[in-house]
Design a binder for this molecule. Sequence first.
Ligand code: CTP
Length: 420
Amino acid sequence: MGGDTAAPDRPEALAGCTVVLGVTGGISAYKAVEVCRQLVDLGAHVVPVLTEDASRFVGETTFSALASERVRTSLFDDADPIPHTRLGRSADLVLVAPATAKLLGKYAAGISDDLLTATLLATGAPVVLAPAMHTEMWEHPAVVENVATLRRRGVHVVEPDTGRLAGGDVGAGRLAEPSRIVAAVLHMLQVPSASTPPDLAGVRVLVTAGGTREPIDPVRFIGNRSSGKMGHAIAQVAAARGASTTLVTTQGPVSIPGVTAVDVDTAEEMAAAVLAKYDDVDVVVMAAAVADFRPKVAAQEKIKKRDGVPEILLESTPDILAALGERKRAQVLVGFAAETERVREHAAEKLAAKRVDLMVANDVGAADSGFEVDTNRAVLLDSSGASEELPLLTKVELAGVIWDHVGRILRTPVLKRGSS
Ligand code: CTP
């Protein structure tokens, strides 16, 4: 633990943030003391909540002395009859470190039989879990499924380390180092940490997000299921890594630190907003689900039912990404390929046709990937022919991987950037 510090140069990075720190019963509960100390050092208001089992491994007095409030352990030892809702509402983030297999199972199943699990169900704040357990338990299908369920719901899981475990065994399941846990907290609260590389400083990026809406009449439109979450995560991460970031979105109004947002509705409006900025940016990420067809004519007044079923004639919308590909100078173009079958093949065709540098192909047919959910499963294809299949990631994590790739492309001389 010695010398393990998350962000020594950002002493007040968490000032004004309330973090509920849940601790469950495992040998590594002692490391939660160091997590608590680092959070307090960063200015966070830390409220420790220990399970009954945790109290067997680590002293309540230690936490009470280090944290911002005394330790809480029970739903019933407070004057407040509903401490879990108060804690859940006041939290800017709930962190559980270590999180045992039991905690993961109860949380995934929606069981709330103590103060910590009740708080987890009562909060709307981001949740970070740092699991720790024996390798056999970490790899058990029940635990694997619970972790996948929680990730799908937007919970951030800090992968355990591989190393020495209790009892002398060696394997995966060791609680992540406190600095990695605290870095995840900073990341979820969108605070650039010492470990957030400012590697995009000076880079000008334009990101599109959301599904366009093509009007049929003043109240109806042709739309799609895109929620804008992926594009917003890409803009958020770009800004956190230092890029000058513009977001053109159909899901506004949005407020993302460091991001200039432009609200649009239709493909036509999105095309105009993107093309107006194109010459002044270094990277464009087209995460938007742009409608391919629109009604040729939008009725001026609401179409009335009594006039019968209307026949709506459709026409093509502009293909924004293809237009960017045609006019490309030194810009890096990133496209998304939303597919339900033959994902790689279709994505590779689009990459070549639209002169894209990096294509993020995702299977939007899967329940845990694509539209509306907080996670995504993607394959990255680049113009040199290389591809990388990524595991299930939160959209914020995937955004980080995309920017890592874009960073590499930006560092490659334009003439050597693949076939485009
Ligand atoms: N795109 C665009 N303008 C359009 C349609 C798509 O800029 N009118 C962009 C999307 O933002 C995405 C990429 O092109 O980055 C691929 O979009 P996708 O919907 O997967 O493919 P399409 O080219 O529309 O082809 P299809 O719908 O037939 O799969």
